[in-house]
Design a protein around this ligand. Structure first.
Ligand code: NDP
Ligand code: HSE
Length: 441
């Protein structure tokens, strides 16, 4: 076996970067034995040298210029763990243009610039590996591109944001508001530097776009993703879910309509049956259910965010990169540049009328005669059929009341149109809140 030193540059030394350095050193001898080579971190880029760090690093290898790490001829593997899309894109491009292997945990970067970056990697003989970009510690990218390679996919559905799942779980178990729990999620290292990426569903959408690319070979434009985060989820919704055997989950979905070959990517708070594989996954855990035509359904569950889970995924790519450097053979070993061709081709984005589900609606209305009749009439005009209506009894002098409605199966287009007509009602006190109801399949 060839013995050599593999030189690694870390760009970013925050939650994930420190986790990677820590575990690379803790597992140094096991990795050396497995690879017959030493993985050595030779440069670390960060922004603020004065910031206290949990993991010590030799000041001599620290820089505040990540580009110098990307182009350093001594470095074989560059880990981009900075976040953001501008500087991170520059760093990744510079490293790929030098034919290096880049390992990234940055789903925003992949969603916005994945096509360009993979093209540059191919052109200059570099590689871009991104296992940690989706679902933290769960090796779902390897599952899709290797373990499930023979399958045609009909759908991928998952809880892809650990922060949101943690917040929704704590709202359910502790009855606290999302903003209080968000502070904890930040302290635990789950949330993005800009936490609106988490709670507005943007991070889950970035990850869903990456999964859609791997499964179908198409970069769905971010603007085409139907997106709603968790900021509007209230205790009333959580209580309804608990009382009726559901859990509120932020569900990302990638679906291909067989008849039209249209691809739909969405991220929405969803009522999932508590006994379903996704409905039962709590805390910072993520879960992904993948339907393949050969294997059927497979489900992957594990920690979706945090220092150690993410370091585990980054290091799996670092080891793949090291094997590539040691044993060679870029052809075939990393089929990531060519997602499953059976699933590719001309795929359009699905239109709302093609998307069907049951729906949950929360309406805050004035407590006065005729309100229910107005609502029922608007829903009927869009052929939305009611499955249940509930309203808690309020005192004689109450001015407003919360009404919760569930519908039979209808189209996304019909509920959207009904929602905008409902918003026009003078008796409606707030914008309607709606979420799909997931089924057990
Ligand atoms: P942090 O904010 O904790 O760390 C970012 C690091 O990058 C910091 O060390 C920061 O320096 C450094 N940095 C940022 N910009 C620059 C720059 N222009 N030049 C030099 N250094 C820079 O983020 P995380 O570690 O949490 O996340 C890193 C990446 O991993 C992101 O893409 C994130 O989406 C992804 N990720 C995170 C997960 C998690 O659970 N946290 C899970 C999966 C993926 P300084 O410390 O001096 O400010
Ligand atoms: N902020 C992200 C999350 C990190 O909470 O899922 C993992 O990608």
């Amino acid at each position: 076996m060839t013995h050599r030193n593999i030189k690694l540059g870390l760009c970013g030394f925050g939650v994930v970067g420190q986790g990677v350095l820590d575990h690379l050193y803790r597992k140094r001898s096991a990795l050396r034995e497995q690879l017959g080579a030493e993985i050595e971190v030779v440069r670390v880029a960060l922004r603020d040298r004065s910031k206290p760090r949990d993991i010590a690093v030799d000041d001599a290898i620290v820089t505040d210029d990540p580009i110098s790490v990307a182009v350093d001829p001594e470095i074989d593997i560059v880990c981009e763990l900075m976040g953001g899309t501008d500087r991170a894109r520059e760093v990744t491009l510079e490293a790929l243009k030098k034919g290096k292997i880049v390992v990234s945990a940055n789903k925003a970067l992949l969603c916005d610039h994945g096509k360009e970056l993979l093209g540059v990697a191919q052109k200059f003989g570099g590689h871009l590996l991104f296992e940690a970009s989706v679902a933290g510690g769960i090796p779902v990218i390897k599952a899709i591109r290797e373990g499930l390679v023979v399958n045609d996919f009909s759908s991928i559905r998952g809880i892809l944001n650990g922060t949101c799942n943690y917040i929704l779980t704590q709202m359910t178990n502790e009855g606290a508001s999302y903003s209080d729990i968000l502070v904890q999620a930040k302290e635990l290292g789950y949330a993005e530097a800009d936490e609106s990426l988490d709670v507005d569903g943007i991070d889950a959408a970035h990850k869903a776009v990456v999964l859609a690319y791997l499964a179908y070979g198409k970069w769905v434009p971010f603007d085409a993703v139907k997106l709603l985060g968790i900021k509007e989820v209230r205790q009333e919704d959580i209580r309804f879910a608990k009382d009726n055997g559901y859990a509120v989950k932020l569900i990302a979905e990638v679906d291909r309509e067989r008849a039209s070959n249209a691809l739909r990517v969405s991220v929405m708070p969803t009522l999932m049956p508590k006994v379903s594989p996704l409905g039962s996954v709590d805390g910072v855990f993520n879960a992904i259910s993948i339907h393949g035509d050969v294997v059927g359904e497979t489900v992957y569950i594990g920690p979706g965010a945090g220092r150690d889970a993410t370091a585990s995924a980054v290091i799996s790519d670092v080891v793949d990169a090291a094997k590539l450097l040691i044993f060679g053979g870029s052809e075939g070993r990393f089929p990531i540049l060519n997602p499953n061709p059976k699933n590719g081709g001309e795929i359009e984005t699905a239109r709302p009328c093609e998307i069907r589900s049951r729906y949950y609606m929360r309406l805050v209305v004035m407590d006065q005669p005729g309100v229910m009749a107005e609502i029922a009439s608007i829903l009927a005009s869009h052929e939305v059929s009611l499955a249940s209506v509930s309203q808690k009894e309020v005192g004689e002098n109450a001015e407003r009341v919360t009404m919760i409605i569930t519908t039979h199966v209808t189209s996304e287009e019909a509920v959207s149109l009904a929602s905008s007509d409902l918003s026009e009602l003078a008796t409606l006190e707030e914008k309607p809140f709606m979420m799909p109801i997931g089924d057990l399949s």
